[in-house]
Every structure is written in structure tokens, then in C-alpha cells.
Ligand binder design. Structure first.
Ligand code: ZN
Length: 186
């Protein structure tokens, strides 16, 4: 019942309460509460939990978010970004994507930080973008990873602007795959 938002018993967390909407953001620059009325939020909350399927719910969250990549930003080895912090959230109403803050999004669907993080960790793996930065922390095969990251960087730097582009993502995940193969054989 956990993916329907109903109360359930978790082996690790004990009784988990029924999902409910949490208070929206306040004093928020995006003025989320003014953009979408509460009745609509209740509707999409119900819709989200009626899906009852983790995969579909994840896809929904992914569809509602967009990676914010500043123009001309480079991926550097030293840059440590908070995971998932560079996501823009939106709620779709009448076919229009309305930008809201993370708190508003999360609380509308009664999601925990953990749920969001898990979703983005999965997303990152499928795109390889942030995972690149997280590599190298594993000790084994570290130098090799860094070499591969450098190769990826060179490739990335050839592209004037980093955009979420299949070509870029393809090459990064290729490097990622190579990297994990090497790590396994060391
Ligand atoms: Zn807000």
C-alpha cells in the first residue's frame, strides 16, 4: 500500500502514516501559493497517489523537474554540488508548466526529502551527469576514474554550452560504463 499513499508497516521505519499534503511554502520568491489554487493541488495530490506505482510516480516527478544548468557552466572535478539542488520544479495545470519551489512541490505531494533524493539518484544514473562528479569517491579505481572524467571533460568542453543533449549524455554514460568495467577488473 505504500505507493498508494496509504498507511503501511515498514520493516525499517515501523508504521508509516498515510500520505498527506503538507503546508505550502511561505514568503517564497516564486509566489507558488498565488499561482495554483488549493483545490487543484488536492486533485493532483490524489492523482499522484492513485497511480499506486513507484515507477510511474518517479516518472511523474522527473517530468515535473528540469535540470537547471547555467549557461557556459563547466563540469569540474572539484565542484561539489548538493545532489538534486539544481532542479527546477513545476506543476502542470491546463497544459502549462508552472514553476514552483522545491518545498511547495514536495509538500503538495506529501513527499519526503528522501523520496526526492532517491528519484534524482536514479535520474542521475540514467543521465550520468551528476554521477560523474560523485565518482572517484569509491577509492578503488579512483585514478582511472579521474582519467576518464578528464576525457569526458575534454569532450564536454568541445561543446560550447552544456545542454541536456542525447549526444552528450550518450558519451558520458559510455565513459561511465567503461569506468565501471575497469573498476571491476582491477
Ligand atoms: Zn514556493
Amino acid at each position: 500500500m505504500r505507493n498508494c499513499g496509504e498507511e503501511y508497516d515498514s520493516k525499517t521505519r515501523g508504521r508509516v502514516n498515510k500520505r498527506s499534503m503538507k503546508p505550502p511554502c511561505h514568503n517564497c520568491k516564486l509566489k507558488c501559493t498565488e499561482k495554483i489554487d488549493e483545490n487543484y493541488l488536492k486533485e493532483i495530490f490524489a492523482m499522484f497517489w492513485a497511480m499506486g506505482d513507484l515507477q510511474r510516480q518517479r516518472e511523474f516527478i522527473i517530468d515535473s523537474t528540469q535540470a537547471v544548468v547555467p549557461k557556459y557552466q563547466r563540469i569540474t572535478l572539484n565542484r561539489k554540488r548538493e545532489r538534486g539542488s539544481n532542479q527546477a520544479y513545476s506543476i502542470t495545470k491546463d497544459g502549462e508548466k508552472i514553476r514552483v519551489c522545491k518545498r511547495f512541490f514536495k509538500n503538495t505531494f506529501g513527499l519526503s526529502d528522501r523520496a526526492n533524493r532517491t528519484t534524482f539518484e536514479k535520474t542521475d544514473k540514467s543521465t550520468g551527469v551528476l554521477s560523474l562528479e560523485m565518482r572517484g569517491k569509491h577509492g578503488k579505481g579512483r585514478n582511472l576514474d579521474e582519467e576518464l572524467v578528464k576525457i569526458a571533460k575534454v569532450h564536454i568542453e568541445k561543446i560550447p554550452r552544456i545542454i541536456v543533449d542525447l549526444k552528450v549524455l550518450g558519451s558520458i554514460s559510455m565513459v561511465e560504463n567503461l569506468s565501471s568495467n575497469f573498476t571491476e577488473t582491477i
